[in-house]
Design a protein around this ligand. Structure first.
Ligand code: PEP
Ligand code: MN
Length: 353
């Protein structure tokens, strides 16, 4: 249970935070901000220190980027936000008077790092937005919230950016909407934003994910925008040109009242997400079928091999029974999967003939 409630006063509803994944040059920030200042964006974001998976990639410009952010604020009147991941980052971001801080998903996954940040941020009056941890563990997210609430922050909020799961073909990070909705139930006073950029990992998904978040009563969005997304040094495929972002924002339908999703809706979301995962996994399985088809073609083996099919069917009908599913259902399911697999392999055979 929360030790204390804390609330960010949102200037607009929904609150829109946007800007590049990373600050790359002063010019890039100023040009991007120039466009965004003409939209409903109120806070300009840019990562200065980038937590990259691979150390051989761009890891951010560091301290100089904080000066550039100050210039953005001076010239365009936007508030500026950056990610802090260590006490040193907090110290520098405070020194340069950055208006808003956020804590990234990787940091939010590590209790030691979160505690170190909470200590560094103690009594902070600027808004701090805490992203969800990488893995879909609600208690880990709650633990990070608790650490932050104990640090007597004046303004704390949550950002839902999706969760890393075993291979999802569609989203870079699976939404698992039921987790942020449960966070909202547990911490009703904390505002909740959605980050459709890191969730979708693809600029084509940003519109629909943003609308979905607003339909669920989220308080705002954090979206990545870059003046030249194709040349971006990080997260190139998910960054929008400012003009594209403006178009998406203008089309969003903002719901009047905060709808509290009922239990049925939460369960439906859970089912939708599982069904999407099932389809993604089936697609992955069919990729393997195609690889097998390629092998059979090279080795001149027939596509359909009766022994193998009989064994598979028997194995999975038994497996299904152990999982509480009927044998009949499993049989039909695998007959369908097998038929699709054969179809995919026949397509491979036809290719190049
Ligand atoms: C970011 O917002 O730039 C970022 C690194 O996101 P996340 O922590 O969600 O991966
Ligand atoms: Mn990014």
């Amino acid at each position: 249970m929360p030790t204390k409630s804390s609330n960010i006063q949102l200037e607009t509803s929904p609150l829109i935070i946007a800007g590049p994944c990373a600050a790359e040059s002063e010019q890039q920030l100023l040009e991007t901000a120039g466009f965004l200042a003409q939209t409903s964006v109120k806070i300009f974001r840019a990562g200065i220190w980038k937590p990259r998976t691979n150390p051989n990639t761009f890891e951010g410009v560091g301290e100089i980027g904080l000066k550039w952010l100050n210039r953005v604020r001076r010239e365009y009147g936007l508030k500026v936000a950056t990610e802090v991941a260590t006490p040193k980052h907090v110290e520098l971001a405070q020194k340069y008077d950055i208006d808003v801080f956020w804590i990234g998903a990787r940091t939010a996954s590590d209790p030691f790092a979160v505690q170190a940040l909470a200590d560094a941020l103690k009594g902070e009056s600027r808004p701090v937005w805490l992203k969800n941890p990488i893995s879909p563990e609600i208690d880990l997210w709650c633990g990070s919230v608790e650490r932050m609430l104990r640090a007597d922050l004046s303004h704390l909020g949550l950002i839902h950016r999706g969760f890393s799961t075993y291979r999802n073909e569609v989203y870079r990070n699976s939404p698992f909407w039921q987790i942020p909705l449960e966070m909202r139930r547990r911490y009703p006073s904390l505002p909740l934003l959605c980050d459709p950029s890191h969730m979708g990992g693809n600029k084509n998904l940003i519109g629909e994910l943003s609308q979905q978040a607003l339909n669920l009563g989220y308080d705002g969005l954090m979206i990545e925008a870059h003046i030249h997304p194709d040349q971006a040094l990080s997260d190139s495929s998910q960054q929008l040109r400012p003009q594209q972002l403006a178009k998406i924002l203008s089309k969003l339908v903002v719901r009047q009242s905060q709808i509290q999703p009922n239990e049925l809706e939460v369960l439906r979301h859970k089912i939708d997400e599982l069904d999407e995962t099932l389809l993604s996994m089936l697609a992955e399985r069919m990729q393997l079928s195609r690889q097998i088809g390629q092998y059979k073609k090279t080795e001149n083996i027939t596509v359909f091999q009766n022994d193998r099919y009989g064994d598979v069917l028997q194995h999975y009908t038994l497996w299904a029974e152990r999982c509480g599913l009927s044998k009949e259902f499993a049989k039909q399911l695998f007959e369908n999967i097998h038929a699709e697999s054969v179809r995919q392999q026949i397509e491979i055979l036809k290719e190049g003939h």
